[in-house]
Design a binder for this molecule. Structure first.
Ligand code: GDP
Ligand code: MG
Length: 438
């Protein structure tokens, strides 16, 4: 008995991800929207979510965000009070101020409280978030459209990740291009029953760690490859932990089923020991037996991916300026810096001014996973981008900005910061060295 995550999420108007994150923060072992939790836990969560709402309603003070200082005029605009009324109020409080006078933070606090506001001082953020997105505006619900899921294949070395990725890619290549050679760009899309799925070629662990370190999550679903003749190994466990802490659902591909010594039940038993209970044993972990080498049962695996993706209700806003994640990048002799980008949100277009990590530039050309030139690329699409000044790092965020000048400015700021950081690090090291010699 219990309740499925996605049902509870629906009731509470939370996304599956948000709910899973809440549960994990409480120490509840959940892995996907199909997981069930007991009634007690569900009630606890409901109290937390609903209680919060009540709380904010009871205490109806509004928040006034202030960055640095604020003039009387600015304050009047922020809280929507006529400037003359506001000045009269100030006088009443013993503050003689002209309309363009900057209020001290104490004065601000007092007068804001009169109108039911609590002042929250905003740090001039740049510092921490210098490498984050510049225009991280939230999308309107009505602009959000379904997008393809992004899949990362993870698992122990030699369990068949590369073979599986190649096999899936091949089914599509032969179907769509009749003998054409697909260029390798570090990610690709396949179509299953008309639905696109994006696969990342980067080894899952790296993709997870380097990208998550920058606060970006590229992956929606993790495919855990486990060789049926070898079972759960150290990197399998690592992969499970990565996926769990990222809150992404895991689909297990029990691979090498063509081997005579394949023992899928043993694999399932071992999965149970790590909190992944196979569906056919009453749990919520989808396990699909496959042979990547022989191309067997890949259809079913792909179908399960589509099903899981549908449950996740993945959406993005194709109409906004794009942002994305650098999947890989290199310096090409003829073409200069070439970066493979996974578009997270928005649509990237040829001619857009871009920044990515320490690099800036303008999209000169884009090439899709089929080796074709494209003019634009929407959410969850992988593309190669030409036109950056330098080679960014895998995991860096790419973003479209207003124009070339702002792209250069942002990149320059980041370079300066990087240099400063390096300098200060070196100084610390030297001081330590010095002290250790005394
Ligand atoms: P990775 O390290 O996880 O990327 O593993 P690879 O894809 O490189 O595969 C390791 C070895 O296992 C290679 O020799 C593959 O040919 C072999 N292999 C992969 N999948 C299968 C399979 O389904 N059946 C068999 N018999 N061998 C496989
Ligand atoms: Mg490999």
């Amino acid at each position: 008995m219990g309740i499925r995550i996605y049902k509870l999420a629906e009731q509470l108007e939370l996304s599956n991800k948000e709910l899973i994150k809440m549960l994990q923060d409480l120490g509840v072992d959940v892995t996907s929207h199909m997981s069930t939790i007991n009634e007690e836990t569900a009630e606890l969560i409901m109290d937390m979510v609903l209680g919060e709402e009540e709380g904010t309603q009871e205490d109806d003070s509004k928040v006034l965000k202030v960055e640095g200082t604020m003039t009387v005029k600015e304050l009047s605009e922020e809280i929507d009070v006529d400037p003359s009324t506001l000045m009269a109020k100030l006088i009443g409080l013993g503050i003689m101020a002209t309309i363009n006078q900057e209020l001290t933070s104490d004065q601000l606090e007092v007068v804001a409280a009169e109108y039911g506001y609590v002042v929250e001082e905003e740090e001039e953020e740049e510092e921490d978030n210098l490498f984050g997105l510049v225009n991280d505006i939230e999308d309107k619900q009505k602009d959000l459209k379904s997008r393809p899921p992004v899949i990362t294949v993870m698992g122990h070395v030699d369990h068949g990740k590369t073979t599986l990725l190649d096999a899936i890619r091949k089914t599509e290549v032969t179907a769509s291009e009749a003998g054409g050679i697909t260029q390798h760009i570090g990610a690709y899309q396949v179509k299953v029953n008309g639905q696109k799925i994006t696969f990342l070629d980067t080894p899952g662990h790296e993709a997870f760690t380097s990208m998550r370190a920058r606060g970006a999550q590229a992956t929606d679903i993790a495919i855990l490859v486990v060789a049926a003749d070898d079972g759960i190994m150290p990197q399998t466990i690592e992969a499970i932990n990565h996926a769990k802490s990222a809150g992404v659902p895991i689909i297990v591909a029990i691979n090498k089923m063509d081997r005579p010594n394949a023992q899928p039940d043993r694999v399932k038993q071992e999965l149970m020991n790590h909190g992944l209970i196979p569906e056919d044993w009453g749990g919520d972990t989808v396990c699909v037996p496959v042979s990547a080498l022989k191309g067997e049962n890949l259809d079913e695996l792909l179908e399960m991916i589509v099903l899981t993706a549908e449950m996740e209700e993945l959406k993005a806003n194709p109409t906004r300026p794009a942002n994305g994640i650098i999947v890989e990048a290199e310096l090409d002799r003829g073409r200069g810096p070439v970066a493979t980008i996974l578009i997270k949100n928005g649509t990237l277009k040829v001619g857009d001014a871009i920044v990515a990590g320490l690099a800036s530039g303008r999209v000169r050309a884009m090439i899709n996973d089929q080796g074709e030139r494209v003019e634009e690329a929407g959410p969850a699409t992988p593309v190669e981008v030409l036109g950056l000044s330098d080679v960014p790092n895998a995991g860096d965020l790419l973003e479209v900005v207003e124009d070339d000048q702002s792209a250069r400015d942002i990149a320059q700021k980041r370079q300066n910061k990087r240099r400063e950081d390096e300098l200060s690090r070196n100084t610390t090291v030297n001081l330590e060295d010095l002290f250790s010699q005394i």
